[in-house]
Design a binder for this molecule. Structure first.
Ligand code: NCD
Ligand code: ZN
Length: 346
């Protein structure tokens, strides 16, 4: 059997939710990942250091004792965020990043930022502490075509922000366009990007193949095939400024299969199997570890996980379940619609 062993991966953009959903999805990340950066878009959002401390406790209570998994907490930036509280959270070691959602850009983002001039003091705190700002990079204006929202955000918000705070570490999250790739390639190393599993696999046609397919709907929305190909190229290139953030975003099936379905794709259980396949297709299995386990750790200033993960390639396709469930709650697992021969074996 063909095998590959890598330092245990980290997921630098993950939605674990809370309550029952947290208990349902957490084991699927904790199994394959050493650490994950936990998104704060709960209802209500994780805004203060004290919110992050309680959410951290809730996650740790849900982690099995035999699992070696560490959640890294983020704060949800609002126009009323207290920069002093952010600084305290950083000093205590609980706040690993701050997340910027433009108000209305995505799931649970209504408390996000409308007037970017109101967050300057917090950006100064992040910059002087070398703590990253994670950015959902889409403008929210209804008149801007949904497929252009990332590109407009880069021009109108991100480039000026980088100019005003040249030392600020920024992660442009879940990038979907060649424009985002170019921005990161043409800025210094304090600007990085995360790439999801699903954006390496689907293009915008997947949402409409044979009918409307809500389980392929996420934000930022998948773009044209050419953009997907550029994402695959840069993810498998070994460039340290592009690393894995799955944006695994579980929603109950009923909330996805609806007249107004939620954005978000749940990939955690199949993330590493799909990535191994994508990297093998590019003849780049030797770059998988850089993307999943080394570059993000370097950007966030931590050493790679000391433990390892082994993936093996079966001669026949591996069967993965279509969904997971707990009590009444069922969440659909991302289907890449190609055979998966890889699986995590240790
Ligand atoms: C995410 C969610 O469901 O919380 N949804 C998504 O489509 N990616 C939010 C986000 O990261 O935009
Ligand atoms: Zn997300």
């Amino acid at each position: 059997m063909k095998k590959i062993t890598i330092h245990k991966p980290d997921d630098w953009h993950l939605h674990l939710r809370d309550g029952d959903l947290l208990k349902l999805v957490l084991p699927h990340t904790a199994k394959d990942f050493g650490r994950a950066l936990i998104m704060p878009n709960l209802t209500p959002p994780v805004i203060t250091t004290s919110d992050a401390e309680s959410y951290h406790r809730e996650i740790m209570d849900a982690v099995d004792r035999d699992m070696d998994f560490q959640p890294f907490m983020t704060l949800y930036l609002t126009e009323d965020t207290d920069p002093g509280d952010v600084e305290d959270g950083i000093a205590k070691g609980i706040v690993k990043a701050v997340k910027l959602y433009p108000a209305g850009a995505t799931t649970n983002s209504s408390s996000g930022v409308r007037d970017f001039s109101k967050i300057n003091e917090t950006l100064a705190v992040l910059s002087s502490n070398s703590v990253p700002l994670c950015v959902h990079g889409e403008v929210v204006d209804g008149h801007v075509d949904i497929y252009d929202r990332e590109t407009e955000f880069i021009e109108r918000v991100l480039a000026p922000m980088h100019k005003d705070f040249p030392e600020l570490k920024i992660v442009l999250e879940h990038i979907t366009t060649q424009d985002a790739i170019d921005f990161v390639l043409n800025t210094p190393d304090n600007i990085a990007a995360t790439i999801t599993v699903h954006h390496l696999v689907i293009n915008r046609n997947h949402m409409f193949k044979g009918g409307i397919r809500p389980h392929y709907y996420c934000l930022p929305i998948a773009k044209r095939e050419t953009h997907r190909q550029h994402l695959v190229k840069v993810a498998t290139s070994g460039n340290a400024n592009f690393f894995l953030g799955t944006d695994s975003a579980p929603h109950a099936i009923a909330a996805k299969e609806s007249a107004c379905g939620c954005a978000g794709i749940f990939t955690a259980p199949v993330a590493m199997a799909i990535l191994a396949q994508v990297f093998e297709n590019e003849d780049a299995l030797d770059k998988l570890e850089v993307f999943t386990s080394l570059s993000g750790a370097k950007f966030y200033g931590v050493t790679p996980n000391p433990s390892f993960l082994t993936l093996g390639k079966e001669s026949t396709p591996v069967e993965f379940p279509a969904s997971i469930a707990r009590n009444e709650l069922e969440v659909s697992i991302f289907d890449p619609e190609f055979d998966l021969n890889w699986k995590v074996i240790d």
